[in-house]
Design a protein around this ligand. Sequence first.
Ligand code: BGC
Length: 803
Amino acid sequence: MKPKVTLMNLRQAALTVLFVSAAFTSCHAQKRTAQKSAAPATTASAAPSEAEIERKVQALLSQMTLEEKVGQMAQITLDVIGKGENRFTSFEPVMLDKAEMKKALVDYKIGSVLNTANNRALTPQKWHELISEIQQVAMQQTRLKIPVIYGVDEIHGATYTVGATMFPQQIGQAASRNRALVRRGAEVTAYETRASSIPWNFSPVLDLGADPRFPRQFESFGEDPYLVAEMGVATIKGYEGENNNIGHPEHVASNMKHFLGYQIPTSGKDRTPTYLSEEALREYHLPSFKAAVDAGSHTLMVNSGIINGIPVHANHDLLTKLLKEELGFKGLVVTDWADIENLHRRDKVAATDKEAIMLAINAGVDMSMIPYNYEPFCDGLVELVKEGKVKQERVDDAVRRILRVKFALNLFDKPTTNPKDYPKFGSKEFEEASYKMAAESITLLKNEQQLLPLAKKTKVLVTGPNANSMRTLNGAWTYSWQGDKVDEFAAQYNTILEAVQQEIGASNVTYVPGVSYKAGGKYYEEAADKLDEAVAAARNADVILLCLGENTSTEKPGDLSDLYISELQTELARKLAATGKPVVLVLNEGRPRIISRFESQMQAIVQIYQPGNFGGNALADVLFGDVNPSGKLPYTYPRYPNATISYIHKHAEEQAKAEGVYNYEADYNPQFLFGHGLSYTTFSYSDIKLSTEQLQLNEQLTVSVEVSNTGKVAGKEVVHLYTSDLYASNITPDVKRLRRFEKINLKPGEKQTVTFTLSADDLSYTNRSGKKVTEAGDFEIRIGDQVKKFTLVEQAPVKTQNN
Ligand code: BGC
């Protein structure tokens, strides 16, 4: 009989092996293929000045016919020009159809292609061949020889390239609170995207991920506008470089999306109506886009949804007045997939396709992601201009914006890149960046009696539908749109099960799935898979590692009608807990599925989000103490489906906490708070200091706080600074708002002073007419458990949002 392992001795044994720095090299190299050595990459020329680009754009534009201009505004998907039975699929191996190419690129003069073919990843070499052929046609067989701009969704690594380095999805990146790692990830993605000859990336997602029901929350940086803006800017700088020199052969043009207010439809379901006040739109949803415009992002994609009854693709106020005039965005505005057609077919605001084109182009769209039937768009827009329904100047403005990006990308001189110039593609160095990000994103939500970290001699039962799946580690947009082809391409990386086996030896690990996702089924289809055997096996284990969550999905296919984690997974959790063995619940999910029906029976809970190809390794290192977790929730984890309010809310949501008020049941009481995340060490906060308690309008407020590591191991802590406006005259103030954060690293016993600087602008809010106000009055600053009050002594003049 095995000796009884108690919680206490597991913990003590593990502490002896605990160290903080990432144990990348030792722990997870086994399954990967041999790596190429890194050599210097391609050389870059200096970025052309804006004036130089404008001169070139003007010179070209002045030679263009209306048909050539309209062609530049059209974007088709690769299958349209792939050899195949129709426009929707291509034969394998993918080959281009010369006749279709001539029709699209030469006759219709189409200026942009997107996406992969047959919804599956291609090798860098294949990309090179295909895009070279496309560019040859565009640049040799057309009158003006304008290169095509090729765009792909490389949203957590080079999605559609075989062998590329896949990173955690954005939601996990936000949990890391590590701007440098986020930027590094984007640099690697840009490099590998260019290694595939693709210069344009439909990323980052700058939507406020404030609704846990929404099927794309994992694509966002979470529910806080400041966090989204900070991570968004880090990503854009990673893609485009510090000075946005996208002509550099290791950079790509970024695409901020989806402008604006995409992720919060009333129903929680993709592409359904949203009702959003002017105040909320500007206060919560606009800041990330404003920051991205200021950071120089070259392109933007429009929200496919409907705000206040108006499809955003037809909204002149948002696309032209707000984006182009007020924010001063000079880049290219592309539609989302088929969204001009949708104005007619789905939203019924246009009686014909042609009217839909008129609405969208007049609203401010520059390029239509058509993506299949390009003839109605091209013919229709030419006619509309001739009929005077779309002004020639509007078309010229759109084409100018498109050509600007093509020149900035240096596509006229270098229409393709060659994989042989990218020796670091899929390199160990890049994998390490992905691993580090995964390790820092993992968020320890609960750790009763310090069950974690586990000793390496622990007998573990690994179970649950997410335990042995590369697909669920990666999420959608990985080798295919819904992520359903991941297992075909990622077999060389470690699932959670494989990583745990490597970490503690296969003989210490028993694996029984208990529940499995249905292969080839809808993402929510699952079935019991040796459920009783799993429960029986638990009796022989010291600890149960229960890997739950959801299968991968995105967009409409990922819509959800019940936020609770599935019934089968709940049953598995309850039955395992009933064995009396300690359960470590690992959550691997694209959105916080509700776990309150069994959460109290779980001793430890670890959120890994969708951590990418090295997530299994990173998790094993956290579980067994090689890495001290430091992720913090980028969203609020709800406890009940009828209580999905985010941390940004009004005092009326917390009435039970207010003195003298009835003790209402339905109070703000989420499962885990935004910003929550435990460590294997403890931190204490002290000595908060403000440079003044009477702040003048044009003065800076310096705030400092002492943070100490009071535990026994080194650890990283995220220091969050929140402000609260105690009273606001125009609209009711939010309870608190995140204004700054910094991640620091402390050895045991070490203390650090963390200093932040705020200005009066950080204390402003958007009033009911959409104007920015900074009101004199009392405020509170909160860092950890440290709270300090101060007064803003002067009132600022009311401003429009962005002056
Ligand atoms: C998605 C976008 C994506 C586009 C192109 C759309 O369905 O909403 O996020 O960039 O497809 O693949």
